[in-house]
Design a protein around this ligand. Structure first.
Ligand SMILES: Cc1ncc(COP(=O)(O)O)c(C=O)c1O
Length: 393
């Protein structure tokens, strides 16, 4: 057999459906409510800081695990916000986006045969992350409409082989924000089975209706067994900068840094400098960010309901999971293709967030991190949609 083929690993997952929808959208001149990136400008102060860093000739490799000003800012912000002391030199590793932070963490802690628990529906990267790192994923369902998990189902997923559980709060795609009692249930199981929590908190500041974000690292006994993942992308509207990080217990930092170093050496040096400036923004910035997104959430839920979607109103993050049964299509992929080609609006088929496509076939995810004009144009185009008599069964 020819050796001119991809590896077995690479054949076990497909290309990203989310990014494919963006390409389809561009092809059909659609309004892109699929991939989660803002179409409005990043804050001036952050852009100015990046330009200043380039002009100041901060253009060579930063320290592989991250420029000191950014690492110190990350440690200081987490410590003061959540009361968990973080030592930048021992616990913070800056990566190329939280995407690399997750991959580096998985590669650093997983051995073949280790099991990793993933809540489903999940952010689509976690599946390939598990395959590439050699983990055996075990899925635990977040049950709609509140996207809660059954503590017995979660307990049944843990065993001696469980190395880690991946958590994402506020959650993509559901908008769920994990409550304290849920985090305590997860934490108790992590402690019981000596497992690590890998907590993707990239939507930390995008949270609604007066809720506050609660990192699992703040739950008793978890600071020593949690890798918290975050980044600049969503909080500062700079998804193209590719700056993210891990906050890990010192016992895991060395392994994460080694993997990170050989994967990418480091994130863009001038953008790390700008990251330190971004993290120093006042509380009012974060309050305005959440308030602006909350307004958009309310408008887009109203819009989608008017166009016959059933919405699961998000408590955080900038996505709305919807039910599309009313439109009578065979499945979510067929509907998503129709929507982008014939209506001119791109969204993500629900099946890309589930292990088994069937589980997501009546779902579609919209993102609303877009300008008001963009959302109004989507509204105008969605007028063309009509509900069908036949429903998806
Ligand atoms: C849950 C989640 N984690 C990570 C990422 C990627 O973040 P980054 O741009 O930092 O790689 C996204 C982007 O959509 C996301 O939704």
């Amino acid at each position: 057999m020819s050796k001119l083929t991809g590896s077995k690993k690479a054949t076990q997952f497909t290309e990203s459906v989310i990014r494919e929808m963006t390409r389809l959208n561009d092809l059909h001149g659609g309004i892109n409510l699929s991939q989660g990136f803002p179409d409005f400008p990043a804050p001036e102060i952050v852009k100015d800081a990046a330009c200043a860093a380039i002009r100041a000739d901060i253009n060579q490799y930063a320290v592989t695990w991250g420029a000191r000003p950014l690492r110190e800012a990350i440690a200081a912000q987490f410590s003061s916000r959540y009361g968990v002391p973080i030592v930048a030199d021992e616990q913070v590793t800056v990566c190329c986006g939280s995407t690399e932070a997750m991959m580096a963490t998985m590669l650093a802690i997983i051995d073949p045969g280790d099991e990793v628990i993933v809540f489903e529906p999940f952010y689509e990267n976690y599946g390939p992350d598990a395959i590439l790192s050699g983990a055996t994923p075990r899925y635990v369902t977040l049950h709609e409409p509140d996207w809660t998990f059954d503590p017995n189902e979660l307990a049944a997923a843990f065993n001696d082989k469980t190395k880690a559980i991946i958590l994402n709060t506020p959650n993509n795609p559901t908008g769920k924000v994990f409550a304290r009692h849920e985090l305590e249930t997860i934490a108790a199981l992590c402690r019981k089975w000596d497992a690590i929590a890998i907590s993707d908190e990239i939507y930390e500041h995008i949270i609604y209706d007066g809720r506050t974000h609660l990192p699992i690292a703040t739950i008793e006994g978890m600071a020593d067994r949690t890798v918290t993942i975050n980044g600049l992308s969503k909080t500062y509207s700079v998804t193209g900068w590719r700056v993210g990080w891990t906050i890990s217990p010192p016992s895991l930092t060395g392994a994460i840094r080694k993997v990170h170093d050989f994967l990418t050496v480091g994130a863009a040096a001038p953008l790390q400098e700008a990251g330190a400036v971004a993290l120093a923004m006042p509380e009012s910035y974060y309050a305005a960010l959440a308030a602006n997104y909350q307004r958009r959430r309310d408008a887009v839920v109203e819009m989608l309901e008017r166009h016959h979607f059933t919405c699961y109103k998000p408590a955080g993050a900038y996505y709305i999971m919807t039910d599309i049964s009313a439109f009578g299509f065979a499945n979510d992929v067929e509907f998503a293709r129709y929507l982008v080609k014939e209506v001119g609006v791109a969204a993500v088929p629900g099946s890309s967030f589930y292990k088994s496509a069937v589980a997501g076939r009546t779902k579609l995810r919209f993102c609303f991190c877009k300008r008001e004009e963009t959302l109004r144009e989507a509204d105008r185009r969605l007028e063309r949609l009509v509900p069908a008599a036949t429903k998806i069964h």
